[in-house]
Design a protein around this ligand. Structure first.
Ligand code: ADP
Length: 384
């Protein structure tokens, strides 16, 4: 059964036309009825009866098959990433809380004119925490969380992709409140009209139909998309993401947070001013760049260990690598391989380790790229 709401735009129907080529009349009827709805008022009305009676059973089996395949996209355990683990992105977090937590916990608030968001797009340079934010949503909400990529939804069999998408939404409605997170949504709903084939057009149409909630009560299902290439999205899909939030590179305080957060409880001698200086030196780094930078820095003592020839003997039969020119009664010549796990003690991470690592570290996002995101934000987005 297909329902088309008053606001449904002709775009969907035009695309439906392509999809239902064999049944052109059905689409014509839909268009006429849509016109009537537009004239007569808000009430959604049934406009087409789907499926020929005889096939119902086999449809049922098929749908069960698809739903079983899709069970794997349900995230079974909370990823244990909290809002507080996320550096910066204050506004993005607020918007997500508004979209994700409130409607699930207090559905009563969202009645009448106050409607929860149905589609939220997180976009920005790679490695800025879009997936990470989605994981925080999964951790912090009580609903069902689906995490899908285009690989889960694109099938090589003709017609299966649409059915997968349809069943994904059906499953999400069954298990609502739900969040459907689609990473790299551009690869599923791109805008490459040249060379676009029927299959990808049908996938997009199904998406439009499902995101519009056509024929279904779609309260309690939120689609959360993430993309590094917002401009590659099909414009119709773009509009279905009612809220589009820019996830930019971390600013200086966020980079400082990331340095400390990534270092976690690794013993270190860094002082507040070291963190301050390092966070300034890493201008242009993404969150992912920052975590690589820290991982590299904390490996410095291990690298020194491998080439160390001198070790300082500590109480408890422990040895710590020292500079080659060190001397004294407690300095011994050793190769680290002659020590066992209990005997080895690494020096704490120091600011100097970071100084060495920063020389090798690089940001992965170009300035030109940032301009593209900023331009797209002025046109279609919202600052996060
Ligand atoms: P993308 O934006 O490409 O989806 P991810 O969310 O996968 O990026 O980020 C990659 C990694 O970088 C994360 O696993 C996380 O460790 C780190 N990271 C990026 N941005 C942030 C952030 N704002 N706060 C905390 N960690 C971050």
């Amino acid at each position: 059964e297909l329902w088309i709401q008053r606001e449904t735009d002709t775009l969907i129907l035009n695309t439906l036309k392509t999809q239902y080529q064999n049944n052109y009349k059905e689409v014509e009827t839909m268009l006429t009825k849509l016109e009537q709805i537009k004239k007569n008022g808000n009430q959604p009305m049934a406009i087409a009866q789907g499926g020929g009676g005889g096939n119902n059973n086999s449809n049922k089996d098929e749908n069960t098959k698809f739903k079983e395949a899709l069970q794997e996209t349900i995230v079974p355990e909370k990823p244990n990433i909290k809002w507080d683990d996320i550096a910066g992105l204050v506004k993005a977090k607020e918007s997500l809380k508004e979209a994700v937590i409130l409607p699930i916990r207090f559905p009563e608030i969202f009645k009448g004119a106050r409607k929860p968001w149905k589609g939220i797009l997180l976009y920005g340079p790679p490695g800025t925490g879009k997936t990470y934010l989605a994981k925080a949503c999964a951790t912090e909400t009580e609903g069902t969380f689906f995490s899908v990529s285009s690989a889960d939804l694109v099938s090589k069999y003709v017609g299966e992709s649409e059915k997968l998408i349809k069943n994904l939404f059906a499953l999400a409605r069954e298990k609502k409140p739900s969040i459907i997170f689609i990473d790299e949504v551009d690869s599923l709903c791109g805008n490459r009209s040249d060379g676009e084939n029927d299959a990808s057009r049908r996938v997009k149409t199904e998406f439009l139909v499902q995101m519009q909630g056509v024929g279904n009560d779609d309260q309690g299902v939120l689609v959360l998309g993430a993309t590094n290439l917002p401009w590659a999205l099909d414009p119709a899909i773009r509009r279905r993401f009612e809220k589009r939030i820019y996830i930019p590179l971390p600013d200086q305080p966020a980079r400082k947070f990331l340095l400390k957060h990534n270092l976690k409880n690794t013993p270190n001698t860094l002082k507040e001013e070291d963190f301050e200086r390092l966070s300034q030196l890493t201008d242009g780094f993404s969150g992912a760049d920052m975590s690589i930078f820290v991982r590299d820095a904390v490996l410095e003592p291990v690298r020194r260990l491998q080439i160390a020839t001198k070790f300082k003997k500590l109480p408890g039969d422990k040895y710590m690598p020292v500079e080659d020119n060190a001397s004294g009664p407690d300095i011994v010549n050793l190769n680290y391989l002659s020590l066992n796990q209990q005997q080895l003690e690494l020096p704490q991470i120091s600011a100097q380790d970071f100084e060495i690592a920063i020389k090798k570290a690089k940001g992965t996002v170009g300035k030109d790229q940032l301009k593209d995101y900023e331009k797209w934000t002025t046109e279609f987005g919202q600052d996060g």
